[in-house]
Design a protein around this ligand. Structure first.
Ligand code: SF4
Ligand code: FE
Length: 490
């Protein structure tokens, strides 16, 4: 396994073509805006090396029997699934941001199932290729970007109907030694902190769209890949000399548009090619795993609740009964999220390939809750923090020989708490609820791993409504047809 330092050095060796604010970024690792996001991924390496977290952060490879980082592991049983949820919460609490590495883990696990299933039906050799790639990832402790979301153009049109065919990533040429692809993947979390990009189709494809039914992995610095970093609110605060106004001065996240321009992929890196009937299952399995992964937001919630209780104490309001009640509610909402990610893991099952998959219904219910509860938790945090959170002068004002004395005088709270500490905790709450970390805590909770409607469609598909009706009808004496299944059975 790599140490955090070795991970950082490994990124320095990559020759990525990255743009931000219209300019090429030559040194991604040391860029002040991007560095906090590198730090967050580095934490997944650092904590894996600490004995107290070894049980959660590492696992034994089913390929080699060696101890590996859990982010490179294929879940072998329910215990692995539960540990994945616990690891997500722990890391969310450690970084209070998106630590980015789960997407690749979820892509690896989904592909371990689907490549096996395609081979079983079509007699192909995708699983063998995939396992070779997996061994490479495990052996070198790599970070993978799981790239699923295409730009999608006109949402009412199928991939082949778009005016520009590249709006969905597709195969433009087949060669004896591989394929050539063009297109892009949007909103790619942690893209420039990754060693490998694992591409998957974004929706279930039909036969007419089979050139779009493609999955493969390429090293992130392959020629022909361009990264354009997305803006976050308050991002330029990271360029300032002081660190206090950033709120979270250690960790952050980033998203990028990743463009693939006539990119060559050798056959040994291709895991799906035109098997359109397996695009739906791949999308669903990846989405279910990633919906489980949203245990990270529970960990971020822990930090926000801790910050809120602290500001209540600093404000001298912690003993008020309505404040106590609001803190209880924040905890109740946050622990309800935790119930969901633990439940879908505990109810997991083995797929034909041997990989354990979470309970898809519960994973979708969990993610649906994630689209709502963090907003309510954030609302309560802002309620308790008070308006000062958004009217607070800057760190430079606090340090100013001219006006610093006025800040010290008028922003005092309870006796004994330095004004600077009060400002620091307010900045953290601002960072999490409407600053750059709100990208991770709120908007990503809403749209990451699929927007809310995607989960509602899955819930309606997976729930046994007829079975529930039969139960009701039987109890009140209405004649029913026989039959039944999973969640509706008595
Ligand atoms: Fe992992 Fe959460 Fe970031 Fe998704 S949002 S990559 S689950 S930390
Ligand atoms: Fe995400």
């Amino acid at each position: 396994m790599m140490t955090a330092r070795q991970y950082e050095e490994s990124l320095r060796k990559l020759e990525l073509e990255v743009y931000m604010f219209g300019k090429r970024i030559e040194n991604v690792v040391d860029d002040p805006i991007l560095r906090p996001s590198m730090n967050a991924v580095a934490a997944t390496y650092e904590l894996a090396g600490r004995p107290e977290w070894a049980e959660l952060m590492t696992a034994v490879s089913h390929l080699t029997g060696k101890r590996i980082n859990r982010f490179c592991h294929i879940h072998q049983n329910r215990d692995d699934l539960v540990k994945k949820s616990k690891m997500g919460r722990m890391l969310g609490g450690h970084t209070a941001c998106c630590f980015q590495r789960c997407v690749g883990m979820d892509a690896l696990n989904a592909l371990s199932i689907v490549t096996y299933d395609i081979d079983a039906k079509c007699g192909t050799k995708y699983n063998e290729r995939f396992l070779k790639f997996l061994a490479h990832v495990q052996e070198n402790d790599l970070t993978c970007d799981g790239a699923m979301t295409d730009p999608k153009g006109d949402r009412s049109l199928a991939p082949r109907q778009q005016t520009d065919p590249d709006l969905y990533l597709h195969v433009v040429e087949e060669r004896p030694d591989g394929i050539v692809v063009s297109g892009a993947k949007a909103h790619q979390t942690g893209a420039v902190n990754s060693h490998e990009i694992i591409v998957m189709p974004t929706v279930a494809m039909r036969e007419e769209d089979k050139d779009y039914a493609v999955s493969f992995a390429v090293p992130s610095d392959t020629q022909g890949i361009t990264y354009i970093i997305g803006r976050q609110s308050c991002d330029t605060r990271k360029l300032e000399a002081g660190r206090m106004d950033v709120g979270n001065s250690f960790f952050g996240g980033h998203e990028a548009l990743v463009i693939f321009d006539h990119l060559f992929v050798p056959w040994e890196r291709v895991f799906m090619y035109r098997e359109y009937e397996f695009t739906g299952p791949l999308v669903e399995k990846f989405a279910s795993y990633h919906r489980q992964s949203y245990a990270c937001k529970v960990g971020v919630g822990d930090v926000l609740i801790g910050a809120t209780q602290t500001i209540a104490e600093y404000n001298g309001a912690a003993k008020a009964s309505h404040i106590k009640d609001k803190i209880i509610e924040m905890n109740q909402l946050n622990e309800t999220l935790y119930c969901g990610c633990i439940a879908c893991a505990s109810e997991g099952h083995p797929e034909p390939s041997g990989t354990y998959l979470v309970d898809t219904l519960l994973a979708n219910v969990h993610k649906q809750n994630v689209t709502r509860f963090p907003y309510e938790i954030a609302r309560l945090a802002q309620d308790i923090a008070g308006g000062l959170m958004v009217t607070l002068p800057s760190e430079a004002d606090l340090r100013s020989p001219d006006v610093g004395k006025w800040i010290e005088k008028y922003y005092r709270g309870v006796e004994g708490v330095p004004v600077e500490d009060r400002m620091r905790i307010l900045r953290l709450i601002e960072n999490l609820t409407l600053g750059s970390a709100a990208v991770g805590y709120l908007t990503e909770s809403m749209h990451g791993a699929g927007s809310p409607q995607a989960q509602r469609i899955m819930i309606s598909r997976l729930v046994d409504l007829k079975g529930k009706q039969r139960k009701a009808k039987r109890l009140c004496g209405i004649a029913t047809e026989s039959g039944g299944s999973r969640s509706g059975e008595a």
